[in-house]
Design a binder for this molecule. Structure first.
Ligand code: TYD
Ligand code: MG
Length: 457
């Protein structure tokens, strides 16, 4: 008797981990309750393993591969070009992920406009909106040239046919979760469908030299596979993030085969679509209160770009036995740790105080260089003494209360100078290296421990 073949398989919808049986926790990404059952597709499985099989079987010497300068196309948006590493690479597959409604379709439609204006043939394939809806959005954004072609389609074989016929330079797929292949039996948005579709787009991108952008929604519930399932298949992964209630958006590179992943692009959502924010620091600091205790400007670096942020702290006596601590925009545990350092190393009695630390503007920062800013904001609020508003602070704080050097200090100083700050408090080691950079415009103060820093308040 032959064994009955299994016809379903379980996938983690967060990371795509595959298993023959259901599991409560995914061994791959440690997410709970993320397994979904899907019919097995021999076709999809065969292809997934060798997604890149678009080159012939002959090996080539590196020096014989020719490259042209125009292999990168500018998207007409400096912020996006920077994140991509200098423009769109011909034949690349880029994934743009983000929460629904964050502005992915808007961003890509604007890219379409810029590219088609500069004479490239662009095909925008939407599986979510009708032609009329796209037109409505396009009217808000502006004028479009005839180089932009629109298609509302979700069937992969028709899409493949169309791309081969039209031979566009750039293709946008909005979104990958709506696309389906007839060869896979599961529903659109399932892990196998999403993988199968991406595999096909990968082959088209490499085979035809067309650059493809794929939109992927980040989903928390439901059976729709998230963009993380395809991160390993594509060349570039960009995440579009931002606060729902703030108008700015940050485009972050998470993976990039053609450039650095440290870069961010900053945009603002307006009535007429997204506009680039060339100077995010000014934007973040707008509306800052004057002479308020507990406020300080800290300098952080995103990628290679210094960014000024306003840190606010509110420290007050607690009415309950266990004091409340809250941190918005930064790591809560880091704030707790810094307060413990203050208590133990400086002897400030704040263990029975409520403390709220907030990063104004809805940004999220993880760089330890804001530590010194947090410490100074807390002390400023605790002692009710404002810090001079023309002061910028940066530095990492260690467990014994020492202030440690951070990278890119010169860029941080330049940014502070550019924005008209007059004093810069930084780690002593950085200050020593930058001694000759201070002038009558900006004063450099080096501190070697937390004690020295709070004496300046
Ligand atoms: P959208 O690009 O549809 O999001 P996604 O494709 O990521 O789901 O963006 C939708 C939001 O953007 C919507 O809430 C309205 C807003 N928006 C503007 O504020 N101005 C505009 O010009 C456009 C086109 C959208
Ligand atoms: Mg959309």
């Amino acid at each position: 008797m032959t064994k009955i073949k299994k016809s379903t398989v379980f996938f983690c919808k967060e990371c795509g981990y595959e298993s023959a049986k259901w599991m409560g926790q995914c061994p791959g990404c440690k997410e709970w309750n993320s397994f979904v059952e899907e019919p097995v597709s021999t076709h999809a499985l065969k292809k997934n393993g060798s997604g890149n099989s678009t080159v012939s079987g002959t090996a080539t010497v590196l020096s014989q591969i020719t490259m042209k300068e125009e292999d990168r196309i500018s998207t007409g948006m400096k912020e996006l070009d920077r994140v991509l590493g200098g423009g769109v690479v011909a034949g690349s597959l880029t994934l743009v992920g983000g929460d629904p409604g964050i502005g992915k379709s808007t961003l890509l439609l604007q890219v379409c406009r810029n590219l088609s204006d500069s004479g490239h043939k662009v095909l925008y394939i939407s599986g979510e909106e009708s032609l009329k809806q796209i037109k409505m959005r396009a009217m808000r954004i502006g004028e479009f040239s005839d180089n932009l072609l629109l298609l509302c389609e979700t069937n992969l074989s028709i899409i493949e046919q169309t791309i081969k016929e039209l031979e566009p330079k750039v293709v946008i797929i909005d979104s990958i979760q709506t696309m389906y292949s007839e060869e896979v039996t599961s529903a659109p948005g399932s892990v196998s469908q999403v993988r199968e579709s991406t595999g096909m787009f990968l082959q088209m991108a490499k085979g035809l030299g067309v650059s493809i952008f794929i939109v992927g929604h980040v989903t928390k519930e439901g059976t729709v596979a998230g963009p993380r399932v395809l991160e390993h298949m594509v060349d570039t992964v960009l995440y579009f993030e931002g606060d729902r209630y703030a108008s700015y958006r940050i485009l972050r590179g998470v993976k990039n085969r053609f450039g650095s992943t440290n870069e961010i692009g900053v945009f603002e959502m307006r009535e007429q679509g997204l506009t680039q924010v060339a100077n995010p620091s000014e934007y973040m600091l707008s509306g800052r209160p004057e002479d308020a205790a507990g406020c300080v400007v800290a300098c952080t670096v995103e990628g290679t770009r210094p960014l000024m942020v306003e840190l606010q702290a509110l420290v007050c006596n607690s009415n309950f036995g266990i004091p409340r601590r809250q941190a918005t925009g930064m790591d809560f545990n880091r704030v707790n740790l810094l307060m413990a350092v203050l208590e133990k190393r400086v002897g400030v009695q704040i263990s029975n105080c409520d403390a709220y630390v907030n990063l104004a503007g809805g940004m999220k920062i993880q760089e330890p260089a804001v530590d010194l800013g947090v410490v100074m904001a807390i002390i400023s609020s605790f002692r009710n003494r404002p810090i001079d508003e023309k002061t910028v602070v940066f530095g990492e704080v260690g467990l014994s209360g020492e202030v440690r050097a951070v990278s890119l200090s010169e860029q941080r100083l330049q940014e502070a100078k550019k924005l008209g700050f007059t004093t810069c408090i930084m780690p002593r080691a950085n200050a020593d290296a930058l001694q000759d950079k201070g002038d009558d415009k900006i004063k450099i103060i080096g501190v070697s421990n937390v004690q020295e820093a709070i004496e300046l308040i």
